[in-house]
Design a protein around this ligand. Structure first.
Ligand code: GLV
Ligand code: MN
Ligand code: MN
Length: 421
């Protein structure tokens, strides 16, 4: 890692903006927003487009066994690869920047470094990760986990989408062979740098240009199932009901109160509510809903989960319904690499960009990469802090400034001569 002052490397703003606009058309919905679920036709088109951008930039391009796309510039020293990039899958009606900006910024950043200094000293690869969001299957960080060899052997056949399609069948539909998924695993890189939009308001509110992430929040996804009793909506008196939805509604409110009581940065969101059997004239017999709860301190997150469970059980007892509360997945908080964060700070200074350290309330591939390699992230401002929404937007100037900071950091990390170590 370079110890000396970083020399600024600037990216071409118009080129980055053009790439963002082109990729944003893939999976764009008539009513607004982008939908690119893992292994869908739009996902396939997006990865092919990114591969073409990488080839245009002069990189050696390959796709791995799970559909991660890599663009490589080979270095001349025998040191671990430096990886940079993000993801191109989206949430439902997501924006054009979440993930995509990190992939496209990495392409223009590496290209700018090569234009400034020729081939790198250390091999650099840009990666377009195939699935970060749980865009289709409850399988977030699937691309990253595949690279790190962290995917469970039964996941491809066990995980199903809302239509009951297995992840394995979905992969086959885009020409991938699940029997070869294990081939995506690699251990030849030691660092990961990811640019992302902030997705919150810290930078816009503080009037600063770059965020350098110190910790990524811990997250738990929970499924709550409430079992009551179906009855006739007209003939069953109000005092003789076991209405699963009335119980669930109070649980949903209790989940919010737990996060509010804990205070910032605790957050909790309830979603994916399914009511059975469904019908205006039937007292609901079963309700399923999800909780997404987050905190950057795992002890607090555990405490939140316990409180939510206790509230749900107390409400169920009070209302004569049954409840089960089951954790679907947990991702612990992750401190990012101090050395790479320092490279990012120096790069921001070299670019004349104002910056601050900040935590990430969103989950990111860096969180999982950081379990094995040195990982660091920089944020660019999100206008109005909007994200996971068609309203997500970052200005071309902010995107290009962030990509220049990324380029400068990559240059210091992978191009700088050994004498600068
Ligand atoms: C990913 O975007 C997440 O934080 O849910
Ligand atoms: Mn996201
Ligand atoms: Mn993202």
């Amino acid at each position: 890692m370079s110890g000396g002052p970083a020399a600024a490397v600037r990216v071409d703003e118009a080129r980055l903006t053009g790439l963002v606009e082109q990729l944003a058309r893939v999976g764009a919905q008539p009513g607004g927003g982008i939908i690119r679920p893992l292994y869908s036709p739009a996902w396939r088109e997006a990865q092919d487009m990114v591969a073409a951008f990488m080839a245009d930039a002069g990189f050696d391009v390959r796709e791995d066994a799970v559909g991660n796309v890599f663009g490589r510039l080979s270095g001349d020293v025998d040191e671990p690869v430096v990886l940079t990039g993000s993801h191109i899958d989206t949430v439902v009606h997501g924006g054009a920047y979440d993930g995509a900006l990190g992939v496209l910024s990495a392409i223009v950043a590496v290209q700018a470094c090569a234009a400034a200094s020729g081939m790198p000293r250390r091999t650099v690869e840009v990666v377009s990760l195939c699935e970060e969001e749980s865009s289709r299957f409850p399988a977030n960080y699937f691309g990253t986990r595949s690279i790190l060899g962290l995917v469970g052997a039964d996941e491809p056949e066990q995980l199903v989408d809302a239509e009951g399609v297995t992840l394995a069948d979905a992969a086959r539909s885009v020409g991938l062979d699940p029997a070869r998924f294990g081939e995506a695993s690699r251990d030849d890189f030691d660092s990961f740098l990811e640019l992302h939009v902030e997705q919150g308001r810290t930078l816009v509110d503080s009037g600063l240009e770059i965020g350098i992430v110190d910790v990524i929040t811990g997250l738990v996804w929970v499924e709550v199932v409430v079992e009551g009793r179906t009855d006739h909506a007209g003939a069953t008196v109000m005092t003789n009901r076991r209405d699963a939805l009335q119980g669930a509604a109070r649980m949903v409110a209790a989940v919010e109160s737990v996060a509010l009581q804990e205070g910032h940065p605790a957050v909790a969101t309830t979603d994916v509510v399914r009511v059975y059997p469904g019908g205006a004239n039937i007292v609901p017999g079963r309700v399923e809903f999800t909780i997404d709860a987050r905190h950057s301190d795992s002890a607090v997150l555990d405490r939140m989960l316990t409180a939510m469970r206790e509230h749900c059980e107390a409400i169920a007892a009070e209302r004569g319904v049954e409840v089960t509360v089951r954790a679907l997945k947990e991702t612990p908080p992750r401190d990012l690499d101090a050395g790479l964060r320092s490279v990012l700070r120096q790069a921001a200074d070299a670019c004349g960009a104002s910056w601050r350290d900040l935590p990430s309330g969103a989950g990111h591939d860096s969180q999982t990469m950081g379990t094995r390699v040195a990982a660091a992230m920089l944020f660019v401002p999100s206008v109005d802090g909007r994200s996971h929404s068609p309203a997500e937007y970052s200005t071309p100037e902010d995107c290009a400034r962030g990509a220049s900071v990324l380029a400068t950091a990559l240059h210091a990390h992978a191009w700088a001569p050994l004498s600068a170590e």
